[in-house]
Design a protein around this ligand. Sequence first.
Ligand code: GLN
Length: 362
Amino acid sequence: MKFDLHDVPERVSTGTLPAPDLVEEFVEEAHQRNQSLKGGSVADYIPALADADPNLFGVSVVDVSGDAHDAGDTDHAFSIQSISKAFVYALVCEELGHDATYERVGVNNTGMPFNSVVAIELNEGHPMNPMVNAGALTTTSLAPGTGDEQWRWIWKGLSAFAGRHLVLDDDVYRSERAGNQRNQAIARLLESYGRIEKDPLEVVDVYTKQCSLLVTARDLAVMGATLADGGVNPITKERVVAPHVCRDTLAVLAANGLYERSGEWLFEVGIPGKSGVSGGIVTVAPGKAGIGVFSPPLDDAGNSVRGKQATAFLSRALGLNVFASDAFAEASMTATAEAADDDDASGEEIDERAHDLSDQEA
Ligand code: GLN
């Protein structure tokens, strides 16, 4: 579907987070209420992931001003896995632009597991979207250069999102490389359809490396906050990608970030997220904050069980769901009544509060 909006200036409306001490409290609560949650199993199809401690659990929120709120194991390093797909997609969008990325990779959900070969066949060789392996491999293949050049470009870009030099987990890389025949098959299939124009095995190797970069839950929150902040890392203040790239990336995450559970995620959480098989999830509240969670046990689609619950709690408690609203008149009345109780409140303050409430609904 083509939309001709190039000459329409974009107006942005997001809202604000609650006060920092409340955010701190809710992050603590998100951790506490889910710490003893059981269920799910640690991924073992990549042997190096099978050793992860199932009890690890970290929750981090970084807002667009760079303030961080952490609870639990937010400094524990794990391989980023599929979450890299979101950020590599953003980097490639920045390079290729909206239309070219849309045409080459697509944006629609497959409704099938992330490593499905059937989805490619059913769609006549189209990779469908950048959050399943077919689309992620296609996206990686579109990074400038070949082989090592592409890897360095991606590595540098992901590090800019995190605001620090990320390090490769060599054990995870080797472990996945030894057993990634399925990804090789997907890349070969895409090559046969003319969708990958570079050496498919080299593309798989770069993709495997990008998945093996080590991050923490805190890093994920910073990376998410960069997408929430129009592409500027709120800690380093570096512009990593353009605002329209964040908008496009988040739309793709909303539709595809939690694989075949993406509809369920949007229904319960109401903001875009991206999960990975090592147990991380990054979630983004545009204009407000990034959330990074980590806990290795996964549901049967590959999403962290505790991570999903903690993020859903935060979305509700912090007012992040982009689909939620209150009646404007009632919100204004509450603000007016509160202000009347407060002797010092000026008319201007009353207006501001009513406006804040309506902003949060936007
Ligand atoms: N590197 C993993 C793979 O390609 C990533 C999968 C994931 O996190 N869902 O299989």
